[in-house]
Design a protein around this ligand. Structure first.
Ligand code: VAH
Length: 325
């Protein structure tokens, strides 16, 4: 019987991984923790929930012991734009949070999933079809914590045998939880603005290509990797995974298939544009496909249709004509 703890469980990724794992293993088997509460009452009341800072090793160890946790999905971290605004706090949370989780996992025998990111690459990395094993010299504090986290997780695997695994996520797009202060947040906000106002002011240049993934694929990647046969894994921290690479201009063209009058203009955020400029245009994810059968299900058109379908129903917007209607 699995017993799972999710840190950062009320965040964009955490809240959807929590729903999927509770669906698979039962509410009582998936324990949630977050530094805040009140962000998602349904999740907080749907099963065990604890409010504490993941850097508090005693609190973490107590919950792991009480629930006989065997797997930790460690998702508590500051994302790129937020981290760049407060780099010292970002290092403290992203690194000391991870270190605390790894130390408790070492003591209690837990497996650990920790997401890395395309932010772990930098301007000297090959930008097109970025390889699994390549130069990683990121220029953002977020990226520095992601590369450091990959190395720390590999160390705990090789030195102590802790079953650490991770993926390098691209930008994640969700129809459930708003994005959390990242450089790729525009790719979510644009769908809401298209339905609410018919127009969107984008903070990245229209020809900025970045890897992206729809949240159902992102959730499946995490769970599938943690359930993979460890004997097949040649890599661990962390696997390149991707589903699509697009620019704001390209995403706009797909939105206009269903909202023909949608307009976009640009007011560039220099901080997030500078971060995006150092990230890859596209990843290759062959290692994930070979070692644990990774395969995305959503491309840009399928994601756009599903985002507009779900959001238009939730917002009561009627003038969206989708293929399957
Ligand atoms: C961010 N959404 O923008 C996150 C992600 C690849 C981007 O790491 O910081």
């Amino acid at each position: 019987m699995k017993s799972i703890l999710i840190s950062g469980a009320l965040g964009q990724l955490g809240s959807e991984i929590a729903l999927e794992l509770r669906r698979r293993h039962g509410d009582a088997s998936v324990v949630l923790c977050d530094i805040r509460d009140g962000a998602n009452r349904e999740l907080e009341r749907g099963g065990p929930f604890y409010r504490f800072d993941v850097r508090d090793g005693n609190a973490l160890a107590e919950v792991v012991q009480k629930h006989a946790i065997d797997t930790i999905y460690h998702l508590a971290a500051l994302l790129s734009a937020t981290a760049e605004a407060d780099p010292q706090n970002a290092w403290d949370l992203n690194m000391n949070g991870l270190f605390t989780v790894l130390e408790v996992a070492r003591a209690k025998g837990c497996a650990v999933f920790t997401p890395s990111s395309i932010g772990a690459f930098g301007p000297d990395t090959p930008k097109d079809w970025t390889p699994q094993d390549t130069l990683q010299r990121p220029r953002s504090m977020y990226g520095v914590t992601k590369v450091s986290g990959e190395l720390l997780c590999d160390y705990y695997y090789h030195r102590y045998g802790v079953d650490t695994r991770g993926v390098r996520y691209p930008g994640l797009i969700s129809n459930v939880t708003p994005p959390g202060g990242g450089t790729t947040d525009y790719a979510v906000d644009i769908y809401h603005a298209a339905l609410d106002e018919g127009r969107y002011t984008c903070f990245l240049k229209g020809d900025t290509y970045l890897d992206m993934m729809y949240m159902p694929d992102a959730v499946r990647a995490a769970v599938q990797l943690m359930e993979a046969d460890p004997g097949r894994l040649r890599h661990r921290n962390a696997f390149n995974v991707t589903a699509m690479s697009f620019s704001p201009e390209e995403q706009t063209a797909y939105i206009r298939k269903y909202l023909p009058h949608f307009e976009i203009d640009y007011r560039i955020d220099p901080v997030r544009q500078a971060i995006a400029n150092t990230w890859p245009n596209s990843l290759e994810d062959y290692a994930a496909r070979v070692e644990w059968d990774w395969s995305p299900q959503y491309d840009l058109d399928a994601m756009t249709r599903d985002m507009l379908r779900v959001l238009s129903q939730r917002k009561g917007v009627k003038d969206v004509t989708l293929d399957d209607e």
